[in-house]
Design a binder for this molecule. Structure first.
Ligand SMILES: N[C@@H](Cc1c[nH]c[nH+]1)C(=O)O
Length: 381
């Protein structure tokens, strides 16, 4: 076996310098927004029992596994929403509640995929709110978060977990056929999709089914295709919510581009309603992702509790945001017995740092190589 003591596990990285600074700044700005809106901080462990993450779609989010001292299966958390649900079911916190958090999640990605396995998130959960105000507060925070961290161009993508399910439910075919159609739709397997949908070509669903695999794009264009569907009672509230949300966004953020995708699986398997993601051109990772999950609490306890939340991907935001120019630092050189004076100088000199070198020559060398200005307190003795 070769020693790996100088290597990093695949998909991980060390962060220092401008990138570390930018991520810290972004996180601070996001958390400030959440604090300012009255959310409370919640911290959960990085390690959890594997069972906590059962409701996740594990093909996309395979977790790092390890064993505790009893041989029980633990994982490094691949998601931050499930720990919140787990915590709410075991601690008698008063609902409704607004929680915010920040921390890293760990997901095993395909080797050589170029993506990282440790992602820094900052997010929130609104628990106990069943109405559209929950979605809208989430969207307002998503927009504020992007704006305040300096993202200049972002497309907001809306979807709804209820849409595909309600349409399939209404189709006059047996359940296995519905399942096969859904699978072909999600996999964009057009040959299979067309074979199955051909069975329904002569029904009132025909015109809609012919366009369903391409049902994404500008909000109004997608809604025109949805209008070709025959009346499906279960779909009315879904369409009404989406339309009301698009109108809300038009009012709150008139220049925000909003697209709608009704041909995809929900971003998380635990979503039960509207979902939202933000993306930018030429980037594969979403800047934020969130949605409503009214049934998740039920998988931890007997009581159902409506909830909606969202997480920002701090790494994706850091990739997008320009690295701010750092003003040059001042280096304070002093003798060890001048510590008090050095401390006072440090306190009143913005952007300064103590020079811990033992000689003036060494101090000068550091100042030159790091482009810092030098203050020498030993000169005035
Ligand atoms: N945990 C979700 C985001 C989210 C937070 N709350 C609801 N959804 C994700 O990582 O995609």
């Amino acid at each position: 076996m070769t020693m790996k003591n100088r290597n990093l596990p695949s998909g991980t990285r060390d962060e220092f310098g401008p990138r570390a600074a930018v991520k810290e700044q972004i996180t601070a700005k996001l958390l400030a927004i959440l604090k300012q809106r009255g959310f409370e901080k919640l911290t959960t462990p990085i390690l959890e029992y594997a069972d906590v993450f059962k409701p996740l779609n594990l093909t996309n989010n395979r977790a790092y596994q390890l064993l505790d001292e009893q041989g029980e299966a633990l994982v490094l958390r691949p998601d931050l929403t499930l720990p919140v649900a787990r915590m709410l079911s075991t601690t008698g916190v008063e609902l409704p509640a607004k929680w915010y958090y920040s921390g890293d999640v760990f997901r095993v990605k395909k080797q050589l995929s170029g993506s990282y396995n440790q992602i820094s998130e900052a997010g929130f959960e609104l628990v106990g709110y069943g109405g559209l105000k929950g979605e809208w507060e989430s969207l307002m925070i998503a927009l504020a978060g992007c704006r305040e961290t300096g993202v200049t161009e972002m497309t907001l993508e809306l979807s709804d977990a209820r849409f595909v399910a309600s349409v399939l439910e209404a189709l006059p075919v047996p359940t296995p056929t519905k399942q096969a159609l859904q699978q072909a739709l999600f996999a964009k397997n057009l040959t299979t999709y067309q074979q199955i949908s051909a069975l329904l070509a002569k029904t009132p669903f025909g015109p809609f089914l012919a366009e369903w695999p391409w049902l994404f794009g500008e909000f109004d264009d997608v809604m025109k295709v949805v209008a070709k569907l025959p009346a499906i009672p279960a779909l009315t509230p879904v369409i009404d919510d989406l339309k009301a949300t698009a109108a809300f966004l038009k009012q709150q953020a008139p220049s925000q581009r909003v697209v709608l995708d009704l041909s995809i699986p929900s971003p998380q398997r635990y979503y039960t309603g509207m979902a939202f993601r933000g993306y930018t051109q030429n980037a594969s990772d979403y800047l934020f992702s969130g949605g409503r999950y009214d049934d998740l609490l039920k998988s931890f306890q007997q009581v159902k509790e409506p909830a909606v939340g969202l997480a920002f991907d701090v790494d994706a935001l850091a990739d997008k945001v320009a690295t701010p120019a750092t003003p040059p630092q001042t280096l304070i050189y002093f003798d060890a017995d001048q510590w008090q004076l050095a401390e006072a100088t440090l306190a009143r000199t913005p952007n300064s740092t103590l020079c811990l070198a033992d000689s003036r020559e060494e101090a000068e060398r550091i100042a030159v190589s790091t482009a810092k200005q030098l203050i020498d307190l030993t000169e005035s003795r």
